[in-house]
Design a protein around this ligand. Structure first.
Ligand code: PEP
Length: 251
């Protein structure tokens, strides 16, 4: 089963409107027409509409970094799935470790957001990953297993096919300490086996699992060469046109 490589850039809470448009413009110039790789950028929500307008009719999709699970109402500060779609958004990053650990999002919150995204046409990119102390305590599989189980509760087989998973060991995010290709592959295989147990082999074989954590233009090729690594979620290195373009090209 061949899975299309998917490289997504998570801009986090960085850039200004003008530097967002400059970055998106640079990517458009250099990546438009690179059709063998799926590409997305995820700007801060306040910029998604303008970035999506700039990237309209290109092969670079736009994602958001979060969403709220309710349609509308008294939820001050939140943004709905419908609002994101209106703004031209196609993907949404859910359960990023910064949201889990700084903003205390639980698997149940991530689950509600996944179900809300899937009830419309937003494609969830669902992040899972263990802390350093959890890896050192040999609890990686337990933690990642619980994140997958809890986050994907009540997701139907049909909907599971649309989801993307990002394995992002927390100790590798923004630290420069990238997981070795073997460490990444091991956890990706574990995740795929969990999906197979729940949804069967065809679905497990079709779900893309990205790796995230200090991916850059120098280490991307080796990690992406692993059979169960189907792309990358890139933080820091997605803020520079040259770096992000090199990562996409190395895929
Ligand atoms: C991320 O934010 O998802 C990430 C992987 O960040 P970085 O590439 O900077 O480690």
């Amino acid at each position: 089963m061949s899975r299309r490589i998917f490289i997504a850039g998570n801009w986090k809470m960085n850039l200004t409107l003008s530097s967002s448009l400059e970055l998106a413009g640079g990517l458009k110039e250099q990546l438009n027409g690179t059709n063998d790789v799926e590409i997305a950028v995820c700007p801060p929500s306040i910029y998604v509409q303008q970035v999506a307008a700039l990237l309209k009719d290109t092969n670079i999709g736009v994602g958001a970094q979060n969403v709220y699970h309710k349609d509308k109402g008294a939820f001050t500060g939140e943004i709905s799935v419908g609002m994101l779609i209106d703004a031209g958004v196609k993907y949404v990053i859910l359960g990023h470790s910064e949201r889990r650990h700084i903003l205390h999002e639980k698997n149940e919150d991530v689950n509600l957001k996944i179900l809300a995204a899937l009830s419309s046409s937003l494609i969830p990119i669902v992040c899972v990953g263990e802390l350093l102390e959890e890896r050192e305590a040999e609890a990686t599989y337990k933690v990642v297993g619980e994140q997958i189980e809890g986050s994907f509760a009540n997701v139907s087989a049909e909907d599971m096919k649309k989801c993307v998973i990002a394995y992002e060991p927390v100790w590798a995010i923004g630290t420069g300490k990238v997981a070795t290709p073997d460490q990444a592959e091991e956890v990706h295989v574990f995740i795929r086996n969990l999906i197979e147990k729940k949804y069967g082999k065809d679905i497990a074989d079709s779900v893309r699992i990205q790796y995230g954590g200090s991916v850059n233009d120098e280490n991307a090729k080796e990690i992406l060469a692993k059979p169960n690594v189907d792309g990358a979620l890139v933080g820091g290195a997605s803020l520079k046109v040259t770096q992000f373009v090199k990562i996409v090209k190395s895929a």
